[in-house]
Design a protein around this ligand. Structure first.
Ligand SMILES: Nc1ncnc2c1ncn2[C@@H]1O[C@H](COP(=O)(O)OP(=O)(O)O)[C@@H](O)[C@H]1O
Ligand SMILES: [Mg+2]
Length: 601
């Protein structure tokens, strides 16, 4: 049963069943894949017909010997057939190989591209609940497994079916009893292989888990080698790791021994088939029911089928694993998009930049509301500072404006347009957000700043960097604007990253600006510099600043004081100081310009 998901309008429609998911992509290359299956069938048929051609040759030679005719004349047709079959194997296998080359890489590209496109629509919440590294690895894994699952079918199961069918037809022409015996053997062999593989899958999964556990532990230990050194715990770390390695060995032994059992079955079954077919054929031959050629064919067919069926359990096992991987990936990726545009969503038109919260109720988790009936209006072009202890809801307030989360009830409107009625893209195009810890792409500084407006010229980027007071430090980096900044920007200091983010926002030139503690991790000299960059950025815009340092917002038009999700005070710095309430208390508590985390001593 296909469950209907809430999916963003322009997101790809993907199924949650692993097979249908994969089929969606296979069908995109249906013609090349169909050709591949045709060529594979032809190749398999040519291969399994070889014993038949040899039978024809032997029978012709026997006849020639008996009649004294020229061997090459009597055996001519059979020899041509033999040559053609060999040629067919070459041509069909290479044709199938060409189809494989044509589809494989494209199939993987399609799956990766589509999955990425699908998960781009997931909510902010989705990404803070999943590890980025494991999502990325999983995308690659799903793509790889979708391809390999198809290959196991195309190159293992399918040829075996074709070969068995042709072999049965050939045998039944020679002897009905032999054909019956072979089909019995095939039935039992395939069924038992399947059962054994299913049992083994459980072990193989445990083994895979043990392996990835060890990898995780090694990564953690290596990452924390500094800790091990500082605490002189090298011995401890080695022993700690050894426990996990031993566990992996146990799992490996269990799986490998089981696979050995599997092979006992396979080799035993092969022996039974070989000996009984040949023995049986010999008896029929002795009774005059078979020709020499037919006897040779029976032996040849048995050898070839054993060859094709030898790895069947392993193939089943691989197939289960691939399908399992696809299933795991699909269950992680193909989930409903939590926040989607309405079908009739309009583009947000910001004329003045007024923001209004009306009776907003919001909870991250049910029963733990952050806001209960919060109402507040921010006037167009007003500069508003938010203050309050950590956890009082300031960041949540900003996140709700950006619709990173949706209100449980009530509404947020910008210039009279409910943010639920407009597209998320148009909403976020009109808001520049500078978070406390801006993250950068591992791309050049030029590209990182230009992210604010993709068509900005180099001069415009440099100009924005100057305004954000980033130009000077950028020039001091090794390659200036072409410098790469490391994963998430780790090669820059927090303050430098923030200035890059400000430059980016200057280029973006959105009418609404939100800064979430954007200057809290800066020393006062850097902060002063950034403040100058910000003055320019804030002009003529609606600005919401969450501040840790009261000095940064003292000069704002208006200050909202948050306390446990409520706005307890609202007014200018002077007015609030005069009221001698919460704000005045905060103002007096601050040390070196910083607010304490809580009001507990
Ligand atoms: N993603 C989240 N999931 C669950 N709870 C959250 C999440 N983000 C914040 N919270 C909780 O919501 C409350 C308000 O947090 P926040 O808005 O970040 O406060 P502030 O920015 O004022 O320090 C806190 O109790 C916090 O623990
Ligand atoms: Mg916060």
């Amino acid at each position: 049963m296909e469950t209907t998901l809430t999916i963003a309008k322009d997101a790809p429609r993907l199924s949650r069943s692993p097979l249908r998911f994969a089929l969606y992509f296979y069908l995109k290359s249906r013609w090349t894949l169909a050709a591949m299956f045709v060529f594979e069938a032809a190749q398999a048929a040519c291969t399994i017909l070889l014993p038949y051609a040899i039978k024809e040759i032997i029978d012709a030679v026997t006849l020639a010997n008996r009649t004294g005719a020229d061997i090459f004349v009597t055996a001519q047709d059979a020899l041509i057939l033999f040559a053609l079959l060999n040629l067919g194997i070459v041509l069909f296998s290479r044709a199938s190989g060409a189809m494989l080359v044509l589809t494989g890489p494209k199939l993987r590209r399609e799956i990766r591209r589509t999955l990425f496109s699908y998960i781009q629509h997931h909510s902010h919440n989705y990404f803070i609940s999943h590890f980025a590294g494991s999502l990325a690895a999983r995308i690659a894994e799903v793509a790889m497994s979708s391809m390999l699952a198809l290959w196991t079918v195309a190159f293992d199961f399918y040829p075996l079916i074709i070969k068995s069918a042709v072999a049965l037809i050939l045998l039944s022409a020679a002897s009905g009893e032999l054909a019956l015996a072979l089909s019995l053997w095939l039935g039992v062999y395939i069924y038992v292989s399947y059962l054994l593989a299913r049992r083994c899958r459980v072990y193989a999964q445990d083994f895979a888990e043990a392996r990835s556990l060890v990898t995780g532990k090694v990564v953690d230990s290596v990452t924390n080698l500094m800790n091990a050194k500082m605490f002189a715990r090298r011995q401890f770390e080695e022993e700690y790791l050894t426990d996990y390695l031993d566990h992996e060995v146990d799992q490996a032994l269990r799986t490998y021994w089981y696979m050995e059992k599997l092979r006992w079955f396979q080799y035993g079954a092969a022996m039974v088939l070989m000996v009984s077919m040949v023995g049986y054929a010999l008896r029929i031959w002795a009774g005059g029911g078979l020709t020499v050629g037919e006897f040779t064919m029976v032996a040849g067919l048995a050898i070839m089928l054993i060859e094709a069926a030898r790895g069947l359990s392993r193939t089943f096992l691989d197939f289960f694993e691939h399908v399992g991987n696809i299933g795991d990936g699909v269950s992680v990726f193909v989930q409903p998009h939590e926040i989607v545009d309405r079908p009739d969503a309009a583009e947000l038109e910001v004329s003045h930049g007024g923001i209004e919260f009306a009776d907003v109720v919001f909870a991250y988790r049910e029963g733990l509301p952050v806001f209960e009936h919060l109402s507040v209006a921010i006037e167009p072009r007003q500069h508003v500072g938010l203050v309050g202890f950590s956890g009082s809801g300031k960041s949540t307030f900003a996140n709700l404006i950006l619709r990173l989360f949706e209100c449980n009830s009530g509404s947020i409107a910008i210039d009279g347009q409910d943010i639920l009625d407009v597209t998320q893209d148009s909403l976020r195009r009109n808001i520049s957000m500078i978070p406390q810890d801006p993250q950068l792409f591992h791309r050049s500084l030029m590209e990182n700043i230009r992210y604010g407006r993709l068509d900005a010229s180099d001069d415009e980027v440099v100009d924005a960097a100057r305004k954000a007071h980033a130009h000077d430090f950028i020039l001091q980096t090794e390659q200036g604007y072409e410098s790469l900044v490391g994963e998430r920007g780790v090669k820059l200091s927090g303050g430098q990253r923030q200035r890059i983010a400000i430059a980016r926002a200057i280029l973006k030139d959105a009418p609404i600006l939100i800064l979430d503690e954007a200057t809290s991790s800066l020393d006062s000299v850097t902060e002063k510099e950034i403040q100058q960059g910000l003055v320019h950025l804030m002009q003529g815009r609606t600005v919401v600043v969450v501040a840790h340092r009261l000095s940064t917002i003292a000069h704002m038009d208006r200050i909202l004081v948050f306390d446990q999700g409520r706005i307890v005070e609202d007014g200018s710095h002077e007015a609030l100081l005069g009221r001698d309430g919460h704000y005045a208390r905060l103002w007096n508590m601050q040390a070196g310009g910083f607010l304490p985390e809580t009001d507990q001593p």
